[in-house]
Design a binder for this molecule. Structure first.
Ligand code: NDP
Ligand code: OXD
Length: 311
């Protein structure tokens, strides 16, 4: 008997169970945590934030399937069996959702929506002269599977789009920059930035005093990567000083965000509870099953995690 264990405290287990069971080869049974059955059957674990020690309890584990585009949450388990490969999700539906969110946030700032909302609540009738789209530069930090889709969609709306990556890249119609020098060459040109990076030792705290200061006065920030990309005190100070005009945040250093955190009622912060992109079972169950079949045939997998690199 071969089994796939599903573990997530926040995803709809019943939906996943049905979609996975119909997509997987018929000899693989889906089990939903805490129904482990015989732990020696478990060859695959599909998980979001697995609790410490869970993965190590399956002696025949072959693949750890991250229920996310990132796999930073799996690396947090100190007992993770390091010999077992981790696979992350790469999915068009997820990229589309992330791009919808980024486009919404960027357009909202671009068209002064937070200010108009505040004016409305104070019954203020005040026009604001719009920004000219072709003169507006947006920097996308992270132009991988998701960030490149975000960049192209913003480009399609007529913005000047810049992309930042670790290695030099070429994306049609996008001004690409790489490495630390590339970041500081890009930031001063951008009225807005969108962070779509994975969380690694190199990208943790990338939105900090120094990078914020490199942005032009009044720039806006959208973070849909990970909360750990932002040094919260530095962002709050830049918002309070007026150097940063506003922040649209989906992800936080601590989730759920503690009730006493300054972001909750900061007038320049718009926040959502880590919902920019969801892993939709109908779309992703098939790609997960396809990866398992590739694994069984000894073929290369899609989205294999490079642990050394961190993404
Ligand atoms: P990819 O691995 O496909 O792309 C990562 C991008 O980041 C690449 O362009 C990579 O550069 C770049 N990058 C990585 N490290 C650095 C660095 N040190 N300096 C500069 N650039 C760097 O990831 P995805 O696009 O699939 O996902 C990105 C992240 O989005 C996920 O890891 C996750 O954190 C977040 N996410 C958040 C969601 C949400 O709901 N808020 C949902 C889904 C994802 P290069 O091209 O050179 O390799
Ligand atoms: C992801 C996420 O990484 O949902 O996919 O944050």
């Amino acid at each position: 008997m071969s089994a796939l264990l599903f573990y997530s405290e926040q995803d709809p287990a019943e939906l996943w169970s049905a979609e996975l069971q119909s997509a997987l080869p018929s000899d693989i049974r889906v089990r939903i945590y805490p129904d482990l059955g015989d732990p020696t059957d478990v060859e695959y674990v599909l998980c979001w934030q697995p609790k410490a020690g869970l993965l190590a309890s399956f002696p025949n584990l072959k693949l750890i399937l991250s229920l996310a585009a990132g796999f930073d949450h799996v690396l947090q388990d100190p007992d993770r069996p390091v010999h077992v490969p981790i696979v992350r999700i790469i999915d068009d539906t997820l990229s589309t959702m992330m791009s919808e969110y980024a486009v919404y946030a960027v357009l909202g700032f671009h068209r002064f929506m937070p200010q108009f909302q505040s004016d409305q609540s104070n019954k203020i009738w005040k026009k604001r002269w719009p920004n000219f789209t072709p003169d507006t530069h947006i920097g996308v930090l992270g132009i991988g599977a998701i960030g490149s889709d975000v960049a192209y969609k913003l480009r399609g709306l007529g913005f000047q789009v810049h992309g930042w990556s670790r290695n030099p890249k070429q994306l049609e119609g996008i001004s690409c920059h790489a490495g630390k020098d590339g970041l500081f060459e890009m930031l001063p040109q951008c009225q807005q930035i969108v962070v779509v990076l994975p969380l690694t030792s190199e990208t943790r705290g990338i939105v900090n005093k120094e990078t914020l200061a490199a942005l032009p006065e009044g720039a806006f920030i959208t973070n849909i990567g990970r909360g750990g990309h932002v040094v919260d005190e530095d962002l709050l100070a830049a918002l309070d000083s007026g150097h940063i005009g506003g922040a649209f945040l989906d992800v936080f250093n601590q989730e759920p965000l503690p009730a006493d955190h300054s972001y909750w009622d900061h007038p320049k912060v718009i926040m959502t509870p880590h919902v920019a992109g969801e892993i939709v079972p109908r779309s992703c169950a098939r790609s997960i099953a396809a990866n398992i079949e590739r694994y069984r045939r000894g073929e290369p997998l899609d989205g294999i995690a490079d642990i050394e690199r961190g993404y």
